[in-house]
Design a protein around this ligand. Structure first.
Ligand SMILES: Cc1cc2nc3c(=O)[nH]c(=O)nc-3n(C[C@H](O)[C@H](O)[C@H](O)COP(=O)(O)OP(=O)(O)OC[C@H]3O[C@@H](n4cnc5c(N)ncnc54)[C@H](O)[C@@H]3O)c2cc1C
Length: 435
């Protein structure tokens, strides 16, 4: 590949795409609207600490992410919580991530026999089909056709939908069970408990620094329009320093969330309408540091209940017990996201304090609102994506990658980036990252 490729967005999808292009010997320029890279896997630096305010954890079986980590020497790992607590009917209950006879009995006790049985069946179904479930084709389309006409709140016993399944909906997409579909839950459960989960010691800043190194990364540069002429990409309109200029472009990989992409490129009405079905549910993540420990080795991760402004709260790392990541997600949270930062943290602390005390004084906090949610998803997702991809394929020189195409996590983003680079004509991806 000889032409320089324009990559839009310096999140994990964009920088990942630029890095995969570089591995192929291709040159790129990355346009990023914000003042630093990272996007929804971004971070805030404070007193030498990296406070990640978005995606943070990765799994040991993720091929592309781990190939990057290895390449950059990020081989040490911080381990994640082996257990967690949930708030159910206003009570805090401890659960293990791995299902054991003890945890199954506990679940039965808390959600009752019908919901418990349904849950076991669902877990078994996800496990049995794990090898056949992927984000783009095959079995997942059968599931979508059969079950995605109703959200999971209609498909399962209330105690299951509002309990464990709400927990997954919140973790996956900051969504309520009324906004989540069986296809997403099955995909999530099919990889749940697979591999071990880690984060990067010292924070994701290390990965983003390594990915940015040697790249032509233009920060504070916003794409405002993608110009297409006669079925080919012609130019990108870039706003920088208060001025918009037209940058001729023959090849581009746009890695923006879908709700942003549709604002920038002309799409046929039916595809635009379908793309609009892919939803992003806004949320906020607050990092707060206290002068005394909040968490204990036994209690370091809590999922909250419907109606709470808190979705999930955890220690940033198992060994930073005085550092809380408050996630404000779900319907109740969406009602308060517009409030000033100071009000948000006070409300988050008050809600948290109903279930577990915060003994010390707060010494620092940082609020990050994610208007573009955790990831995009919709009922009958694969068909919508297929039609969108087919349409984009008719525009010469334009490719898309991002959180909505191949999975709701950083590996999914990188998978979509690898595919976009592959489609661009750079030849097959290296064997080390081939799916
Ligand atoms: C709170 C939270 C927790 C999460 N936890 C995990 C986790 O533990 N593990 C995991 O794997 N995933 C997690 N995720 C999901 C993961 O972070 C995202 O899927 C991933 O970061 C999305 O990356 P992306 O590059 O596709 O999009 P983004 O990160 O959104 O990147 C898009 C970039 O484009 C820029 N941009 C937007 N508009 C323009 C424009 N017009 N012109 C130029 N640039 C523009 C944005 O500033 C951004 O930097 C989490 C997400 C959130 C929000």
């Amino acid at each position: 590949m000889t032409d320089r490729v324009h990559v839009i967005g310096a999140g994990i999808s964009g920088l990942g795409a630029a890095h995969l292009l570089a591995r192929e010997g291709a040159d790129s320029v990355i346009w990023e609207a914000a003042e630093k890279p990272g996007g929804r896997a971004g971070y805030h630096l404070w007193e030498g600490q990296c406070l990640e305010y978005g995606g943070k954890n990765f799994a040991s079986d993720w091929t592309i992410f781990n190939s990057f980590a290895t390449e950059f020497g990020l081989i040490e790992r911080d381990i994640q919580h082996p257990n967690f607590h949930i708030v159910l009917n206003d009570r805090l209950i401890g659960l293990a991530k791995k299902t054991t006879p003890g945890s199954a009995v506990k679940m039965l006790w808390n959600i009752g026999p019908t919901a418990s049985l349904e849950f076991q069946r669902l877990l078994a179904q996800a496990k049995r089909n794990a090898g056949r479930l992927n984000h783009t084709e095959g079995l997942i389309q059968e599931v979508e056709d059969k079950h995605d006409h109703l959200p999971i709140s209609h498909l399962f016993h209330r105690n299951l939908a509002q309990g464990p399944l709400r927990m997954f909906s919140i973790i996956m997409g900051a969504a309520e069970p009324e906004e989540t579909y069986l296809s997403q839950i099955l995909l999530f459960l099919s990889s749940f408990g697979k591999g071990t989960h880690h984060s990067v010691p010292g924070g994701l800043v290390r990965l983003f620094d390594a990915l940015s190194k040697g790249k032509d990364l233009r920060l504070n540069a916003r794409l405002t329009r993608i110009e297409v002429e006669n079925g080919r990409l012609k130019a990108l309109h870039i706003e920088e320093g208060g001025k918009t200029r037209v940058e001729p472009a023959e090849r581009a990989i746009v890695t923006l969330p879908l709700n942003r992409l549709v604002e920038l490129v002309d799409l046929p009405g039916d595809i635009r309408a379908e793309a609009g079905l892919i939803r992003y549910f806004p949320l906020a993540l607050i990092n707060a540091i206290y002068d005394a420990d909040v968490f204990t080795p036994q209690m370091n991760s809590i999922m909250f209940q419907p109606g709470s402004i808190l979705g999930h709260c955890s220690a940033n790392r198992l060994y930073t017990k005085n550092h809380v990541r408050f996630t404000l997600s779900g319907r109740a949270a969406r009602q308060v996201l517009h409030l000033p930062d100071e009000v948000l943290i006070e409300r988050a602390e008050a809600e948290f304090g109903r279930f577990h005390p915060i003994a010390g004084n707060r010494v620092h906090y940082h609020v990050q609102r994610h208007w573009d949610g955790i990831c995009g998803y919709a009922p009958r997702f694969t068909r919508i994506k297929r039609r969108l991809l087919d349409h984009i394929a008719t525009i010469g020189g334009l490719e898309i990658a991002g959180d909505y195409l191949d999975g709701h996590n950083m590996e999914g983003c990188l998978t979509s980036a690898r595919k976009a680079v592959g489609r661009m004509g750079s030849g097959a991806a290296p064997a080390s990252v081939a799916a």
